[in-house]
Write a protein that binds this ligand. Structure first.
Ligand code: GLC
Length: 483
């Protein structure tokens, strides 16, 4: 019997409307990839997945039409929710506005407390939206702390008001970011604080409350899904998460294989493929020229394209590279973020001006030229729920050198890259030394490039797994047939 599963996908950001980081890439690509699944995969089941985003002031959407206005209770008065509708490749996209969203300028403020009401308001409004527009949603799919409260409110409202059962899924992109204490705001919006089996400190935080309530938790790689059950990566929640083990399903993110395609990328000097790998060489000399580095094919060109963040281990790389005795490499780091890290990166360039370049800005075109021209891509992350750039690097024949953690361990196999265990400058240096020794062996190096380029990181693999989980959630929801 054909049937339709209705899914509302909630996120703080989604490309192409608004993008700050990896969450925006994923929330831009995954919903469309799920909708694009063919009947060979979905069988009889139809899927109507729609996206809902906050109407941040920087959001760009065209066309945009008003769809609904409804109130939410707030203390003794009300606050209005205004909903707008757009469409992206046939997918309805809803934007939620209202004072708490309008009052906050940026997508994320540096102080999570300032984001608290904005995202609580957004989550509450998104849960209410389907009812307001007469659309029977089956699954609420939330992402990270910003929208985690949707899962929580969905559950408590069902308990309180006996509303129709709607399943919830929470995708975990970054466990350490749990959001601020929300207890006062919950009270203000008339949401009860439930008795939970969370550790006491976590009972008032959005992400843990969402994890507690969600029917399924999907970390963005199987490796990270395992790691968060242990002390090192579990952020104090590992015991609790262990009780949810059967609801945890790690699903690896994909990359946009059409956009990131070295055979057809307008940013490149010279397109290339696995079959024409020699055509990659002009990209390296063009990159060296652009960066003002000596043009030399035999010098290994190392690269990082990264948020300047301690999570990404930028400090580990800087420390290690500063003490590197061998001077026979070049390095480019492209990224912005933590001013302290930016400064120490610039200091590294100042002490090695002839072979190190630091570009502290956002530059999508240069990023692509780096993937296509550099030899070795460095990613010494302290933790990495998935990581997207190592996948792009491999697709462009840039060999990754990564810390063996989370999604990095899941995507970088030893035939295609270099892995090291400990997040220390010493472990990083040892791995780098190994890579620099391997580099002159052209055959061995080419084989690594080819192994990386042969990997399939297309979204369809992930989309299929999310779809299957939606299906199982809806089946669980169905009342037992009367015998
Ligand atoms: C977060 C994680 C990163 C992941 C991205 C998308 O930014 O830190 O590892 O790739 O989300 O899921």
């Amino acid at each position: 019997m054909p049937e339709t599963i209705n899914v509302l996908f909630l996120a703080a950001e989604a490309d192409p409307f608004i993008k700050v980081g990896g969450l925006g890439d994923v929330s831009g690509a995954l919903p469309r990839a799920i909708r694009a699944l063919t009947p060979e995969i979905t069988g009889e089941t139809k899927l109507d997945l729609r996206l809902v985003l906050p109407m941040h002031s920087a959001v760009r959407a065209d066309p945009l039409r008003p769809l609904a206005v409804f109130p939410l209770k707030r203390g003794d008065s009300e606050v209005q929710v205004e909903v707008f509708e757009s469409v992206l490749d046939g997918m309805p996209v809803y934007f939620i506005s209202g004072d708490p969203i309008r009052n906050s300028g940026s997508v994320y403020s540096l102080k999570a407390e300032l984001d608290a009401e904005k995202y609580l308001f957004f989550s509450l409004a998104a849960v209410e939206l389907p009812r307001q527009i007469g659309w029977d949603v089956d699954v609420l799919h939330a992402n990270d702390w910003h929208t985690a409260l949707a899962a929580y409110v969905n559950l408590t409202r069902r308990w309180e008001e006996g509303t129709r059962r709607v399943a919830s899924m929470l995708t975990l992109h970054n466990l350490p970011f749990m959001g601020p204490d929300i207890s006062e705001l919950l009270k203000l919006y008339g949401i009860p604080l439930a008795q939970t089996d969370l550790p006491e400190w976590a009972r008032v935080l959005p992400l843990p409350l969402g994890l507690w309530a969600a029917d399924v938790i999907t970390p963005v790689s199987p490796g990270y899904g395992e790691e968060i059950l242990g002390e090192e990566f579990g952020c104090g929640l590992y015991d609790f998460l262990a009780t949810r083990r059967s609801s945890l399903h790690g699903i690896l993110n994909g990359i946009d294989m059409a956009s990131y395609n070295p055979t057809d990328d307008a940013a490149l000097e010279s397109p290339f493929s696995r079959l024409t790998l020699a055509d990659r060489a002009p990209n390296k000399s063009a990159l060296q020229t652009r960066l003002g580095l000596p043009i030399n094919a035999d010098v290994p060109l190392l690269a990082m394209v990264t948020r300047m963040d301690v999570q990404k281990g930028v400090d580990i790389a800087i420390k290690a590279l500063a003490s590197f005795k061998k001077r026979d490499f070049q390095l480019v780091i492209l990224g912005t973020g933590d001013p302290v890290l930016e400064e120490s990166a610039r200091a590294l360039q100042a002490s090695h001006p002839d072979h190190i370049r630091i570009e502290t800005r956002f530059d999508a075109q240069l990023a692509r030229q780096i993937y296509a021209g550099a030899d070795l891509f460095l990613m010494p992350s302290r933790y990495e729920p998935c990581g997207l750039s190592q996948m792009i690097a491999m697709r462009y024949g840039c060999v990754p050198l990564v810390r063996a953690t989370g999604g990095l361990r899941d995507t970088v196999t030893p035939d295609a890259g270099f892995l090291f265990e400990k997040a220390t400058p010493l472990a990083f240096s040892n791995a780098l030394r190994k890579a620099l020794k391997r580099f002159p062996d052209r055959e061995a190096w080419t084989n690594m490039q080819l192994a990386g380029m042969a990997k399939d990181f297309s979204w369809v693999n992930s989309a299929k797994q999310y779809f299957e989980l939606y299906q199982s959630l809806v089946l669980e929801n169905r009342p037992n047939p009367v015998s």
